[in-house]
Design a protein around this ligand. Structure first.
Ligand SMILES: *[C@@H]1O[C@H](CO)[C@@H](O)[C@H](O)[C@H]1NC(C)=O
Ligand SMILES: *[C@@H]1O[C@H](CO)[C@@H](O)[C@H](O)[C@H]1NC(C)=O
Ligand SMILES: *[C@@H]1O[C@H](CO)[C@@H](O)[C@H](O)[C@H]1NC(C)=O
Ligand SMILES: *[C@@H]1O[C@H](CO)[C@@H](O)[C@H](O)[C@H]1NC(C)=O
Ligand SMILES: [Ca+2]
Ligand SMILES: [Ca+2]
Length: 391
């Protein structure tokens, strides 16, 4: 008996050690190795691409991959480098890959910046086999000419290969998307609060954002809530919504929120657990991002069979307001969703897309609310007794 328990102890110690080791080995949140393409290749940077011996430190390349430099011109056009002085351009069918060590079974999100060059219809296939998604680069959301995107994957192995591929076939082989600033973050799914049926309703858990990147991160279409860069939420529409941070935007609560772009083409939704026939209230903060977005701002909010529009009516000192609607659940899962009613652009550059901000989304049942109130009351009563006792 004693011996076997000692063995068990040893085994659990070993497991602990292994788990710890895996944690130590797993990639840290942030830029992947040479994810900004600023590490000098062995043959040096060359203004005419990579020359005869193309190599990019820490990346494996297939096809025509070129390191481009900021200010570099091509056919009268200045190439866009999202960050620093270098970025990678993927020619026809070209691919760059990097192996990273992750924690098997965990959800990760990749953040990367991309710009298109000559062709309108450029796209980028980002994959961690067997998962992949093609990101359409046709819509440029900001006047800078590039955007940051997030894409999530479930780690099925301890070592995975992150791949970016240009699936296009242009006549000009030097066309093709430019990518830069590739980062990774391990996501966790926040617990559903007791008094709120919405998971991650405050949007505080989401993809990696660079402290000094001021454009936010686009969340493209993703219908699978199991592998969402914004845990709990899906992006139902063809167009993206923008994940924003309080370092660069006005955010109603905490450090993160979502800015709705492209009108009806940018829909964020969640299926929340409900009890059929029960009455619920949905509330959320509706605000502006502080990015000179041209008014009016308004959202359409959905909950079950209810839909209501809310116009942002700024109060002198507030950058957001609290709004809500009541609904009766029809099923055990109820869809809540938001989109922007207008297509807004910034008033300073007239072309960057912007829109209303949504944050602190809450859904609670009428009796659930009472229960919370009761608890608060009971707690108050308890303290009252304690006070009496102390006196
Ligand atoms: C952001 O910060 C990192 C590290 O602090 C730096 O390497 C990078 O050049 C900065 N990017 C921009 C766009 O300022
Ligand atoms: C994207 O790349 C992955 C992995 O290489 C591949 O399985 C998938 O079919 C590609 N998707 C498209 C649309 O090209
Ligand atoms: C707004 O804030 C200013 C100064 O903080 C204050 O004087 C004013 O009364 C506030 N206005 C409203 C409508 O709360
Ligand atoms: C929702 O119902 C509550 C009563 O349960 C009521 O006080 C509130 O005004 C209603 N809200 C809306 C937007 O109808
Ligand atoms: Ca760079
Ligand atoms: Ca928030």
């Amino acid at each position: 008996m004693v011996k076997s328990s000692r063995n068990t102890k040893w085994i659990s110690l070993c497991i602990l050690f292994l788990v710890h080791l895996a944690e130590v080995l797993a990639v840290e949140d942030g830029l992947v190795t040479n994810g900004d393409f600023e590490t000098t290749p062995p043959t040096g940077f060359s203004s005419s691409g990579l020359g005869s011996d193309p190599s990019i430190p820490s990346w494996k390349i297939t096809g025509t991959v070129e390191l481009v430099e900021s200010g570099q011109r091509q056919g009268g056009m200045i190439l866009i480098v999202p960050e620093g002085t270098h970025a990678a351009r993927l020619g026809n069918d070209a691919e760059i890959t990097q192996k990273i060590t992750v924690e098997k079974g965990s959800l990760y999100s990749l953040t990367f910046s991309a710009a298109r060059t000559c062709a309108q219809l450029e796209s980028l296939n980002v994959s961690v086999p067997p998962a992949s998604q093609t990101i359409d680069l046709q819509t440029v959301y900001t006047v800078q000419g590039w955007d940051s995107y997030a894409w999530a994957f479930l780690a099925e192995e301890e070592t995975v290969t992150v791949a970016f591929k240009n699936p296009g076939m242009e006549d000009d082989p030097t066309c093709g998307p430019i990518i830069d600033d590739i980062a990774v973050k391990r996501l966790f799914t926040p617990k559903r609060p007791k008094d709120n049926a919405v998971v991650n309703g405050d949007y505080e858990e989401g993809p990696w954002m660079f402290r000094n990147a001021s454009l936010g991160v686009l969340l493209p279409t993703n219908l699978d809530e199991e592998s969402s860069s914004l845990p709990g939420w899906i992006v139902e529409s063809n167009r993206a919504v923008r994940y924003i941070d309080s370092n660069h935007f006005t955010v109603p609560g905490g450090k993160r929120a979502v800015e709705l772009l492209s009108g009806k083409e940018g829909i964020i939704a969640q299926m929340v657990e409900t009890t059929p026939q029960k009455d619920y209230t949905l509330t959320f903060s509706l605000g502006q991002a502080g990015d000179s977005c041209k008014q009016p701002l308004a959202v359409m909010a959905f909950a079950s069979d209810q839909a209501e529009n809310f116009h942002y009516t700024p109060d002198a000192n507030l950058t957001f307001q609290s709004v809500g609607l009541n609904f009766t659940a029809k099923a055990e899962r109820t869809r809540i969703a938001f989109y922007s009613i207008y297509y807004n652009t910034r008033s300073d550059d007239m072309s960057s897309l912007c829109g209303p901000v949504v944050d602190d989304v809450r859904v609670w049942g009428k009796s659930g609310g009472n229960r919370v109130a009761f608890k608060v009351l009971a707690l108050g009563f308890g303290f009252g007794l304690l006070a009496l006792f102390l006196v």
